[in-house]
Write a protein that binds this ligand. Structure first.
Ligand code: F6P
Length: 325
């Protein structure tokens, strides 16, 4: 049966490009003659019925904006049977018979639980700065976040050089090191610590010692917040304890990585996937996430997206230490 009314939501941590995705979904839906409903504040707004009909002008002038006009949330209530029942009742009340879900790992975990109980066609879009989903080469927001980190680390290097300082820069990534890895490589970091690799802190300290001896005065360490040794703060304290004479500073980039105008790459990815998601819904290809692999749009079932991993290429890991020496 043809889908008439689609609901769209953004959930979990926001990512630059979500607005471009919303725009593409709304305009593609309207193009196919569907009604499009914006569900505000993710699954929490679905539970509370915070749902409004959208028209084409609602998504004018947003392609270049960070954040999400639909707002987002991490809903604990949606993890409960009662929460899911309320959410489904709201969808029925609004006549919503198809969903487009934009978010990361938590969003798709929520979706899998929900669809075990309730039947409603849905397509997902990968919206997270972390790039920790399988079924796509890139996620919406990752490119922008890495560019933001690169710009910041370049600036830190200027001041580090001026003062002969060692800097520890902590970037986002609770479970995934893609931002740390890519920004670290792009900025010529001396070391990069990521959750996917066990941190050999002695090796890090030996490198600092060696660089000290040969009078290499600037040292930038990029650390993902989820690094197993304990993140930027613990790495910084350990270095200070071992090298009390070194001038050491830490900078946590934090949520600036989540904001800002999306890069062209994120705008194009979001537009392409938003269009593909609604087309897939219309064609009956559902309970899948739309992604891009090898420059082709591909669809991966939700349960594979959350169970799969997105391993970091070993050549990238080998490269770090060679290039930094
Ligand atoms: O999932 C995206 C992300 O930015 C992670 O990199 C980070 O660990 C987390 O969200 C932070 O979440 P919150 O904004 O809820 O503190």
């Amino acid at each position: 049966m043809a889908i008439k009314n689609i609901g769209i939501l953004t959930s979990g941590g926001d990512s630059p490009g979500m607005n471009a995705a919303i725009r593409a979904v709304v305009r593609t839906g309207l193009h196919y003659g569907m009604e499009v409903f914006g569900i505000h504040r993710g699954y929490q707004g679905m539970i509370e019925g915070d749902i409004t009909k959208m028209k084409t002008t609602d998504v004018s002038n947003i392609i270049q904006r960070g954040g999400t006009i639909l707002k987002t949330a991490r809903s604990k209530e949606f993890m409960t049977d009662e929460g899911m029942a309320k959410a489904y009742a709201q969808l029925q009340q609004h006549g919503i018979d198809g969903l487009v879900l934009i978010g990361g790992d938590g969003t798709f975990r929520g979706a899998v639980n929900f669809f075990e109980k309730y039947t409603i066609p849905a397509v997902g879009l990968p919206g997270t700065i972390d790039k920790d989903l399988s079924g796509t080469d890139f996620t919406i927001g990752f490119d922008t976040a890495v560019n933001t980190a690169v710009e910041a680390i370049d600036k830190i290097r200027d001041t580090a050089e001026a003062h002969d300082r060692l800097f520890i820069v902590e970037v986002m990534g609770r479970d995934a090191g893609y931002i740390a890895l890519n920004s670290g490589i792009a900025c010529g970091a001396e070391d990069i610590l990521i959750p996917e690799m066990v941190t050999d802190i002695e090796h890090v300290l030996c490198r600092i010692d060696r660089d000290e001896r040969r009078k290499k005065t600037v040292h930038i360490l990029v650390v993902a917040e989820g690094d197993d040794f304990g993140g930027g703060a613990k790495v910084t304290q350990t270095i200070k304890d071992r090298f009390p004479k070194l001038d050491v500073r830490m900078c946590v980039l934090g949520h600036i990585q989540r904001g800002g105008s999306p890069t062209y790459a994120d705008r194009v990815l979001a537009s392409r996937l938003g269009h593909a998601a609604v087309t897939a819904l219309q064609e009956g290809n559902t309970q899948v996430m739309a992604g891009v692999m090898n420059d082709q749009v591909v669809f991966t079932p939700f349960n594979k997206v959350i169970k799969g991993t997105s391993p970091i290429s070993p050549d990238m890991l080998d490269m770090i230490r060679v290039l930094a020496s």
